[in-house]
Design a protein around this ligand. Structure first.
Ligand code: ATP
Ligand code: MG
Length: 358
């Protein structure tokens, strides 16, 4: 069955979400984190999109937090893998195994005859039809009875309670681990959008590279992420004080363990280039927006969401560069899954959104 057929079945056979179809689920399948929410229960899974695999047998040993803790600490026989890259599936089998493990953890089926869940799952708006198909198939193979796709910025806007169905323009910038999605939404649909395969992970890489060149130290991906979250910022901090942090890694030349103190100004220098690329992408999308919607956006401001949007100072930096007010959502990490859940729970929103954002 094609995605389009499944959508029309879903919307025409609407009203089936009640009764014994109890464990229907919303999934934010992210490059960095996977979240699952269940109607009536809220968010039940919020774990890293990481899978630990035994290399010789390809057996899945752990998923989520447990697997992430194994990154760079695994013996040679095991590997800790990110099955999604840049917002889309990079390793189909591992992704399917991960979704399946999370679905089981979220709502284990007690009896084999129990109805499988219906699932609303997000995809980046830049995904190709092959990439969309892969997410759809992975959800079905992982145990969904039916799967329905929604574009990530639309879900994020709904999760953040933007007036998506109104005849006004709303702009969303969702900076995740793998992609920066920019979308203008009006009357329940995405009017214009862009998807840049650069987000939190590229910030981490930029920090690693900069510290290599500056201090001759090699650090792992988890250390780079911790640095970004603890002392990373794109503008000087509000209190006017800079931060520092002791980190450990390997000396570039001798490969011996090395400990150094790093300064927040150095981390900031590394973050300038990725942040400038994001500004360009947002400006390009804004340019293609019609003048009426553009004027709404200038009036209403831009919603900044996704974990990458939490980088210290990014809202002020974007406000300055774009000359439009940018506000960061208080629920930046959960808006997409909350929006997917709203789609599950609101028949009219569902009918309109799924059909228009496929
Ligand atoms: N306080 C913070 N400051 C800076 N970055 C942060 C902060 N908290 C989380 N992040 C970053 O946010 C990213 C994860 O965000 P999110 O969970 O929205 O991504 P995702 O949905 O998994 O990815 P994508 O949507 O690109 O597929 C990671 O790169 C993480 O390091
Ligand atoms: Mg995301």
């Amino acid at each position: 069955m094609s995605i389009r057929d499944s959508l029309s079945n879903f919307t025409s056979g609407f009203g089936g979400f009640g009764g014994n179809m109890s464990a229907d689920m919303a999934i934010d399948l992210g490059t960095a984190n996977t979240l699952i929410a269940i109607s009536g229960e809220g968010i039940v899974i919020n774990e890293p999109s990481v899978v630990a695999i035994e290399k010789s047998t390809h057996r899945v040993l752990a998923v989520g937090h447990e697997a992430k803790n194994m990154i760079n600490h695994t013996p040679d026989a095991f590997s800790a893998e990110h099955p999604l890259k840049d917002g889309v599936i990079a390793d189909y089998d591992v992704t399917e195994a991960m979704i399946s493990a999370f679905i089981n953890k979220a709502a284990p089926r007690k009896y084999p005859w129990q109805a499988k869940p219906r699932i609303v799952i997000c995809i980046p708006c830049g995904a190709t039809s092959v990439e969309k198909r892969a997410v759809f198939e992975a959800a079905i193979q992982a145990g969904a009875r039916q799967a329905y796709l929604i574009e990530e910025p639309m879900a994020a806007a709904m999760g953040a309670d933007l007036p998506v169905t109104e005849p006004t323009g709303s702009m969303v910038v969702d900076i995740g681990g793998g992609t920066t999605e920019v979308a203008v939404i009006s009357l329940g649909g995405i009017v214009t959008s862009s998807s840049l395969r650069l987000a939190g992970n590229k910030m981490d890489e930029a920090i690693s590279m900069h510290l290599r060149n500056l201090l001759g130290i090699k650090i792992g991906e988890r250390t780079a992420e911790v640095i970004k979250i603890k002392i990373g910022s794109i503008l000087p901090f509000d209190d006017g004080r800079e931060r520092d942090m002791i980190i450990s890694g390997q000396d570039m030349v001798t490969e011996q363990p090395k400990e150094v103190t790093i300064q927040s100004e150095d981390v900031r220098a590394a973050l300038i280039e990725p942040c400038e690329d994001m500004v360009l992408s947002i400006k390009e999308t804004f340019k293609t927006t019609n003048p009426d919607l553009a004027s709404d956006i200038i009036q209403n401001g831009i919603l900044l969401t996704g974990g990458g949007g939490l980088l210290s100072g990014l809202d002020r930096y974007l406000t300055d560069k774009l000359e439009i007010p940018v506000w960061v959502s208080e629920t930046a990490l959960t808006n997409v899954v909350t929006g997917c859940l709203k789609v599950l729970e609101t028949p009219t929103a569902l009918r309109q959104t799924l059909m228009r954002s496929r």
